[in-house]
Ligand binder design. Sequence first.
Ligand SMILES: Nc1ncnc2c1ncn2[C@@H]1O[C@H](COP(=O)(O)OP(=O)(O)OP(=O)(O)O)[C@@H](O)[C@H]1O
Ligand SMILES: [Mg+2]
Length: 568
Amino acid sequence: MEKKDLRFLWQTYKPYWPLILLAVIGSVLESGALAGLAYIVKNVVDDVFIAKSYEKLYWIITVIITLALFKQIGSFLKGYIYPLVIYKALYVLRNRIYKNLLGAVPSFFRKQNHGDLVSRATTDVERFGEISSTIGTNVITEIFTVFAVVGVLFYRDWKMFIIFLITVPLLAYALHFFGEKRKKYSKKLQEDFSDYLQNLNQIISGFEIVKLFQTDFFIKLFRRINKNLFKSQKKNRFYDVVYLSSVEIIAYVAVAGIIFYGGLRIIKGEITAGDFFSFLGGILILVNSLQTLQRGAINLKALSPVIDRILFALNIPQEEDRGVRFEGLKKEIVYDKVSLNIDGNQILKNINLKIKKGEKVAVIGQTGSGKSTVVKILPALITEYNGEVLIDELELRKYSVSSVREKIGMVSQDVFIFNDTLRNNLLIAKPDATDQELIEALKKAKADFVFELEEGLDTVLGEKGSRLSGGERQRISIARIFLKDPDILIFDEATSALDVETEELVMEEISNYFKDKTVILITHRLKLLEIADRIVVMENGKIAEEGTKDQLIEKKGVFYRFLTISSN
Ligand SMILES: Nc1ncnc2c1ncn2[C@@H]1O[C@H](COP(=O)(O)OP(=O)(O)OP(=O)(O)O)[C@@H](O)[C@H]1O
Ligand SMILES: [Mg+2]
């Protein structure tokens, strides 16, 4: 274990030291009682079986019951309190990771593998808990047991103990050799299982598309994955059994050796039968403890990479929320020589754009020309741009991010619906809204279809809103904007999935309701350009033209071409 791992363990578990102490006391009780039982075997054999003393019998039975009681109290403390401490720690870790994910700088998610992030927050945290649990219940307890039992063994017959020790390296070697093999195949098994899960997930989430293509293809792919899984399971089991048998064979040899040597010493009168059985009992406990320790050691090796993965999730670069509070647009938004380069791709080139308070600006342009990127800069979803974006003469980055986001409402191209009730899907825009407000917002967004849902606002919308049509999802997304009632509005193809008539009704509501607000509207529909005071035409990351509709028509440039193609 490295220093950073120890530091992480220390920081994670330090707050629970009183509980941990209690659990350790449990471990000591259990170990002590076990060693005591091995110790008392001598008296059972010598005083009761051989000397046939009633008095000793009563006494020994009392001792045995007391020891058993201690052992159970110990087992309870250890078996309940270590896991309890771990659950508490996991609870805190999961909260911290979730908070970190939400607070991450947006650029982080663009670079990161999403599945991997989820696995850090789930599987790795749970795995950390499992390994910690092994440390507590196995490693700590068994170390005490080993010490206590070795003490008894030494006391009973140190010569025989030394003979036994000779078999330990042999045992250790076998454990190591087969342990490595076992580890290799158990890792392979995990990987094959994860392939299997991933494949299943993919066909289930994409079932409609999958059905449209060759299902045979998937079946073949799956057969191979499944076969690998089967082979891994088989191999894994084989080495499991070999591992256990090898340990047992060595244990039998050791026991046979002890019986042989011990037998000789009993015959010669050097030790009593009680010494011998007490010793044998101790050895059995010891072998068992060593095996458990070995398993614990294998687990410990896995701890370091798991901690690394958790630390990564805990150290996600966080957005800072400092700076001037944005109270709403007073004058204008100015993009001054803004360019953006992501991984060597020049996505925005020298964007100069001025939007006055209350102005309605439409942005049009070919797919991939950078429209969404330009607007995503405003709510600080993209921050790595060059040049300046001035809001009322102050650079955007000088404002506190949360205050800017509070005042900006954006209906993006990708609608985000989460698998919860319609009510909760709306409340993210205004957590304290009443049902009446929600219904009004839905009405304004022309989302009347929801009133026919049997469970109304309590209807669960399904994963990614799978119970809704594309246009229905868009209207829920628009209803959120009415609830949020922002100062600057951005609509990025917000109504693209609606029929022309519904689209116009929705846009009419929007224009009326947000009459005095600043609006940026990205659209492919010519009809919607009518609500705009000005049109900005984008091409290849640049602003190709801008002006009123008439000015642009007169210019006979990109917009004019666009217009003639569309009207044909
Ligand atoms: N996170 C990203 N990393 C790298 N390139 C990106 C990223 N996001 C967008 N791009 C690229 O930037 C360009 C502009 O994308 P953008 O989404 O702004 O286009 P758009 O004009 O909104 O297109 P559409 O009309 O299809 O929505 C595209 O070429 C796209 O591939
Ligand atoms: Mg776009």
